[in-house]
Design a protein around this ligand. Structure first.
Ligand code: NI
Length: 397
């Protein structure tokens, strides 16, 4: 039996245990940077396999090394899974439903963690078939700024030993189960949060001449800021600015003192990102000033854009074709969503690919970050072995 055949077979054989991991994690979700029990569970499982986990990396992160014993090699590749859940109340009526009110694994990070535990087991079982080291990274805080990846990098996760490449897997409810999606180059956007506070002067709505109306001024600002996108960004660079919050708490006959806005700015180019943020801040301030108000601007910087290294992506895509067959490997489009795996991609060749989890026949179609999100667990027959195969192929170069 070839190595890929053996990984495929064992991935099927350990399926029930990987599903058990996933269901345990799903039932016991923890919010970003609070993954204490999740990290303990991961460490315990790794120990039970014969690995030596390192805990407390970048907060609640866990790492472990799987050393190949086929020969001497200093090659190292890294595999990453995120562990945190979201502040969403689960709406699914399933046996493994979240036991924590208001907290749910609604982005599949339970799936990523369970899958990587399966990968760890498969790699350890097959260690005599490869040389070099696979570094397993179980990361906290993907969902919340500044991103657990930044803390793990700060704590040296990409050193000692330093991986030549890093691979991340994420569920995708738009892709049918059995399908794996790849994209070379820029894949996901940087994401910064924009908070504006327009301070005017409230008063009687029937005497606007005695007020500095923050509602009208903030409205102008929202419209004007769209010009930063349409007139300052290159049409060749995808970018977006959306305000989802506009609060002015007056009433029909009272103009309030202030209005507050919150929005998100996305880009796929760091130079434009800096320039765009500056333009947004300057325009908001000056526009308010020109109408006699003050605009306070608070920008919370998020993740950078995510770049899938083209040669690495071609290699792992080829590995996936060998693993699941050409027909089950697809190219996917870029998205203005964001993901903190991006941090790794600015340090080391990185690739973030998608594991299809949709099954219309079973009614599994809900998008991530919704109360009814779920996956077709059949995807966990593929995930663990596929990732193990990608890592082995990386080391075999
Ligand atoms: Ni996610």
């Amino acid at each position: 039996m070839t190595l890929v055949e053996s990984l495929r077979q064992r991935s099927h054989e350990i399926f029930a245990s990987v599903v058990a991991h996933r269901r345990h994690l799903h039932a016991h979700p923890e919010l970003s940077y609070q993954e204490v029990n999740t990290a303990a569970y991961v460490a315990e499982q790794l120990k039970a396999m014969g690995l030596v986990p390192q805990t407390g990396v970048g907060g609640t992160g866990v790492t472990a090394l799987v050393q190949g014993t086929a020969g001497a090699s200093d090659r190292v590749t890294a595999l990453r899974a995120d562990m945190d859940a979201l502040p969403i109340h689960e709406g699914n009526a399933v046996a493994y439903k979240s036991t924590v009110p208001g907290v749910m694994h609604a982005c599949g990070h339970d799936v990523h963690t369970a899958s990587l535990l399966g990968t760890a087991r498969l790699l350890y079982e097959h260690r005599q078939h490869f040389s070099g080291v696979v570094k397993l990274i179980f990361q906290p805080g993907e969902e919340k700024n500044p991103g657990g990846a930044s803390y793990m990098i700060r704590d040296g996760v990409l050193q000692n030993p330093a991986p030549l490449s890093i691979i991340g897997q994420h569920v995708m409810p738009l892709l049918p189960v059995g399908t794996i999606g790849f994209r070379e180059g820029k894949y996901m956007a940087s994401s910064d949060e924009i908070y504006l506070r327009v301070i005017g002067k409230g008063g009687h709505a029937a005497a606007p001449e005695l007020t500095i109306d923050p509602v009208v001024i903030a409205s102008h600002i929202v419209i004007a800021l769209q010009q930063v996108i349409s007139r300052n960004a290159s049409p060749k660079e995808p970018t977006v600015l959306s305000f989802g919050r506009f609060i002015a708490e007056g009433i029909t006959n009272i103009i309030p003192n202030e209005a507050t806005l919150a929005g998100t700015f996305r880009a796929l180019n760091e130079e434009w990102r800096e320039k765009g943020l500056q333009k947004i801040e300057t325009l908001a301030r000056q526009m308010a000033a020109s109408m006699g108000a003050v605009c306070e601007v608070d920008i919370s910087r998020g993740y950078p854009y995510l770049e899938n290294n083209p040669t690495l992506t071609r290699r792992i895509k080829k590995a996936a074709q060998a693993y699941v067959g050409d027909a089950n490997v697809v190219d996917i489009d870029l998205t203005l969503g964001s993901e903190d795996f991006a941090y790794y991609s600015h340090v080391v060749p990185a690739s973030f690919y998608r594991l299809g989890t949709r099954n219309e026949a079973k009614g599994i179609t809900s998008y991530v970050h919704t109360p009814t999100f779920d996956i077709d667990e059949e995807a966990l027959k593929i995930g663990p072995g596929l990732m193990a195969w990608m890592a082995v192929e990386e080391l075999g170069l």
